[in-house]
Design a protein around this ligand. Structure first.
Ligand SMILES: NC(=O)c1ccc[n+]([C@@H]2O[C@H](COP(=O)([O-])OP(=O)(O)OC[C@H]3O[C@@H](n4cnc5c(N)ncnc54)[C@H](OP(=O)(O)O)[C@@H]3O)[C@@H](O)[C@H]2O)c1
Length: 273
């Protein structure tokens, strides 16, 4: 869905590039209505301008003058400095969207009083427009602001609305989640090598298996347990393999991993406060 808004992006790193791919690359917003800034890396800004046709500036007052939506894509540790810099130029007519992990809406709202703000937690699959993004709205954001943010993140994947109190949990689940799947894929490739396949073939088979299973989950909307039951015939090969995983505590380990990552997110958030 096209979004008829001017967007200012503060931060020009990996997340900004991934967002531009979905937003400008897929024509969700028009390149000429998108302006990007960073702190000091000129080559990076030139690269983004060349790749996506967006405008760039170092003047935050100018950046914010024409913007409807301001996306904050800086590291959590740089957020306070950025909020301080922009506070005088951001008004309640703007919508501020932060993707910074561990920075609460209350912090943003303390610097930007009365300004509608939305917090988003995308994941690294934003780079291929397949992010799982959690969104929650701040105290001054309306349903209309929420819809704008949703449309922006639906351009780079799928969106779930989640209370902010669960954002650490989301960080441990879908934020860190791609790495859990990569670990599974690594182990599967290793198993393929041990069985005699060459690396390229094992990787191709595993990558497509992960993609296919993900597509089944998304496109059928079925519960993973139901999908698993459908491919597990009694006494068959899959049942043997899944049984071995469960005997070795696979599900338990994954639950513990998500909890540990969530508690690490909490620790990092507390360290920023
Ligand atoms: N990467 C992911 O997959 C992912 C997933 C979920 C959430 N996030 C969140 O996204 C945010 C950005 O992550 P990233 O991976 O894109 O980081 P990154 O590649 O390090 O980029 C950070 C950007 O912020 C800019 N910056 C820092 N201070 C600034 C200032 N005062 N004014 C303007 N720009 C400033 C930097 O500019 P210079 O290069 O010029 O210093 C750089 O362009 C983080 O808060 C992270 O938690 C990332």
């Amino acid at each position: 869905m096209a979004v008829d808004r001017s967007v200012a992006l503060i931060g020009a790193g990996n997340m900004a590039d991934a967002l531009l791919r979905g937003l400008v690359g897929a024509r969700t917003i028009s390149a000429r209505r998108c302006i990007v800034t960073n702190r000091s890396n000129d080559a990076r800004l030139r690269g983004l301008a060349a790749r996506w046709g967006v405008r760039t500036t170092r003047d935050k007052a100018q950046l914010l003058r024409d913007a409807d939506v301001v996306i904050l894509a800086v590291k959590p540790a740089d957020m306070a400095g950025v909020l301080d810099e922009i506070a005088a130029h951001v008004t309640p007519r703007h919508l501020v969207v932060s993707v910074a992990a561990g920075v609460p809406l209350a912090t943003i709202e303390r610097y930007l009083h009365g300004v509608p703000a939305i917090r988003a937690m995308p994941n690294t699959s934003t780079a291929v427009s397949a992010s799982a993004t959690a969104l929650c709205a701040g105290r001054w954001a309306t349903a209309a602001h929420h819809e704008v943010a949703r449309a922006l993140f639906e351009a780079v994947g799928r969106v779930a609305v989640v209370p902010e109190a669960l954002f650490d949990a989301v960080t441990g689940l879908s934020g860190s989640g791609p790495a859990y799947v990569y670990l599974l894929a690594e182990a599967m490739v290793d198993a393929g090598l041990r069985a005699g396949l060459d690396r390229a073939t094992a990787l191709a088979l595993v990558a497509q298996t992960v993609l296919g299973a993900g597509k089944m989950l998304v496109e059928t909307g079925q519960d993973p347990a139901a999908l698993r039951a459908r491919v597990t015939s009694p006494n068959g090969t899959t049942m043997a393999g899944v049984g071995e995983l469960e005997r070795r505590g696979f599900s338990h380990a994954v639950r513990e991993a998500v909890e540990r990552a969530a508690s690490r997110a909490r620790e990092l958030r507390d360290a920023l406060a």
